[in-house]
Design a protein around this ligand. Sequence first.
Ligand SMILES: *Cc1c(COP(=O)(O)O)cnc(C)c1O
Length: 390
Amino acid sequence: MKDRTLLMIPGPIEFEPAVLAAMGAPTTSHLDPGFVEAFGQALERLRQVFLCPDGQPFIVAGSGTLAMDLAGANLIEPGDRALVINTGFFGDRFGALLERYGAGVTHLRAPVGGLPTLEEVERALKGASFKLMTVTHVDTSTGVVADVKGLAALARRYDVLLVVDGVCSVAGEELRMTEWGVDVALTASQKAISVPPGLALLVAGPRAMEAFRRRKTPVANYYADWGNWLPIMEAYEARRPSYFATPAVNLVWALNVSLGQILEEGMEARFARHRALSRACKAAIAALGLEQVPLKPEYAAHTMTAPRYPAGVTGADLLPRVKAAGAVLAGGLHPEIKAEYFRIGHMGPTKLGDLLATIGALEAGLAACGYTFEKGAGVAAAMAAWDEQG
Ligand SMILES: *Cc1c(COP(=O)(O)O)cnc(C)c1O
């Protein structure tokens, strides 16, 4: 019998049956003509999902952190300077990763739940000569969404490469690589791309590939070296099998199924559905009397929500009770406020009904903790906010 608990965390998420069926199908050779076709198609579809017709896609077995490593290892040479727009946990990680490859890293931080302004970023860019700037599109530790379009315009003006950690955003949050001028965007299979964990996905635009080709020093990471992977990606896209390291065969089959579903929905419809889900979730949280981590409503991401616990309720009290009522939610991640908030993921195939079930489970959990509120208010507010979207 299916475990009827909904997995509503910021990754991994609920997956479509057709995607899971591809995971469970008999494994083919990585040289099988059917697999070569699926891999080639997945590469072509990645360009469409990232809205980057002139980009070079990479599909490599690993998690989102490997996708970050693919960017850092291939674009940083010892002595390069990098600016990290740091909104939390994954900004710290990107800074540490870039330092490992010899970069001099400057962090531009904001208070927890905040966002550095474009003026502050511009001042930092004026103050030093950076090769590369990174930003976490949706910071999974705070639920804050960065202004990638504005940052890309600054990156172009100051001739800096912009690398977007889109692990909690790509295929959910609006992201237009070519139109906005983003140089690298990366993600992992288990978030809004909607495939079980195990694939690092990255698309590099022309300026990033040019910077890679102009390197004077070897890439200091053998597995992540684009020099090893580029011929493989080009071969599969030309529908020729090739080998550097064994691809995660079933995951690539599943990825191609999911990318097909994403493009069938259409990127604009998908962005709009994520906005509507987010509006409904945030309306429910407000109606239940809970605060949120993002300091302003316009800072709040559309792929997840980060509510604060009400006074007198802890994660240890609440989250198991919400799970017993049918939805798995995540605890805090940001070290400064870890015990003060929890996280709801609403990305990928999430439908209104999944969200209403989640809010219903949250209400049941809050009631079981002895928190006083008007029962049903969260579900009603979510439905009303969803209807506003039509
Ligand atoms: C999940 C996540 C990562 C890390 O991905 P893993 O697959 O856990 O390695 C990096 N950045 C962001 C924004 C994330 O949400």
